[in-house]
Write a protein that binds this ligand. Sequence first.
Ligand code: C2E
Ligand code: CA
Ligand code: CA
Ligand code: CA
Length: 279
Amino acid sequence: HVKNNGKNELVVYNSNFHNQDKERHIAMSFQSALENGEFYLCYQPKFNLHTGKIDSAEALIRWESPVHGFVSPAKFIPIAEKNGFIFDLTKWILNEACRQMKIWQHDHHLIERIAVNISAPMFLSDRLIEIVKYTLQAHDLNPRHLELEITETSIMQQFDNALNVIDALKKEGVSISLDDFGTGVSSLTYLKMLPIHILKIDKSFIDDVHTSYEDKALVEMIIQLAKLFDLTVIAEGVEKVEQLNVLKELGCDYIQGYFISRPERAEVLNAHYGRREYK
Ligand code: C2E
Ligand code: CA
Ligand code: CA
Ligand code: CA
């Protein structure tokens, strides 16, 4: 809202202004938050519908700020992408996820692969491959234990560049999944060209998969498409057994969602699941 303040000066009063202020405040807190250990990772299991077992998990960042309170990644990740902090943050996340994966591997834990979300600016930079290689080496971790989730939209931003990065990561032995599939506008031609391993169907298609004939048909098409391209397919945001049953019927490979488990700290998952041989 633009108002006249009586002195014939126009003053802008709008919520956008306050949002920008808040965003700047958040951006200013990032570096010290990292140094003070305010970030931590939670892990959300991925459940294999063929074996009936959890065998992997997705790392999701959490931030408990003494100043801002709990801040959702959906809010602060876009800010970190804008101000460049995402590079340092992703380095920290990769390191932390690989450190945890090494412990799980050593303990013969159920979770044999960890997925890390990679934002577009990080993914499209030429630094990612070096950082991934360095981090795997630092933890003496085999690349087969690492998966990177990249969104359809970040690939479409710079397709040729993305293709090169994915190729290099694949050569390295790291798995790549296409996150939030169905929300972007990638054409089938592009999908065919991408050397990815996993298609992750967005939650918005899963929400009504058990009640809407149309959504079920859409999900069925995505699963068939994945099979045609020899990709593993995973459904995110599964909250109900009804959804699980439909997805199983349609031949989906994996599910993830509150029905199996919320994202939890490693210690919580260890208490629930633990070692492979005792399962
Ligand atoms: P995403 O990668 O699509 O992650 C899935 C989000 O859905 C997560 O929210 C997860 O907690 C939530 N979720 C999982 N299962 C269910 C369910 O059954 N029901 C509902 N209602 N929600 C479910 P979260 O952790 O708040 O993350 C939101 C987004 O923030 C992520 O979406 C991702 O885009 C971004 N993000 C989170 N952690 C990271 C990270 O470490 N790095 C980067 N670059 N982005 C991250
Ligand atoms: Ca993800
Ligand atoms: Ca997702
Ligand atoms: Ca999503």
